[in-house]
Ligand binder design. Structure first.
Ligand SMILES: [Zn+2]
Length: 117
């Protein structure tokens, strides 16, 4: 039967394709996250904050627009590229996210004009 000949292929596919996440609540990690990083970076390889062009994979961090800690969703739509480094936007955003936990409703992010350049 044809089914018999198909079966080995299906088995091969199964080992190669990572299983679809079954729990939507679980935070994605590992290769899935790497794929998301590449996907989002490919769409727009610029820092969402300062607009600087960032390099893949070490020039940026994937950031949640609305932090998970603040009730944001762990989805592509809620992710953005932020540059990293001494004057990177990711650090500033993370600090800002944490600071905002006590004050709700204020969406604005004041970027610190720290660099003398
Ligand atoms: Zn930036």
């Amino acid at each position: 039967m044809r089914l018999t000949t198909l079966r080995p292929k299906v088995a091969m596919l199964g080992s190669r394709v990572q299983s679809v996440p079954t729990s939507s609540d679980r935070r994605i990690t590992g290769r899935t996250l790497q794929n998301r990083r590449l996907r989002i970076w490919s769409k727009d390889p610029h820092c969402a904050q300062c607009g600087r062009l960032v390099a893949y994979p070490h020039g940026f961090e994937l950031d949640h627009v609305v932090a998970l800690a603040n009730g944001g969703a762990d989805t592509d739509a809620n992710c953005q590229v932020l540059c990293i480094g001494a004057d990177g936007c990711h650090d500033a955003k993370t600090r800002s996210d944490l600071g905002q936990r006590s004050r709700r409703g204020e969406g604005g992010i004041k970027s610190p004009p720290r660099s003398p350049a």
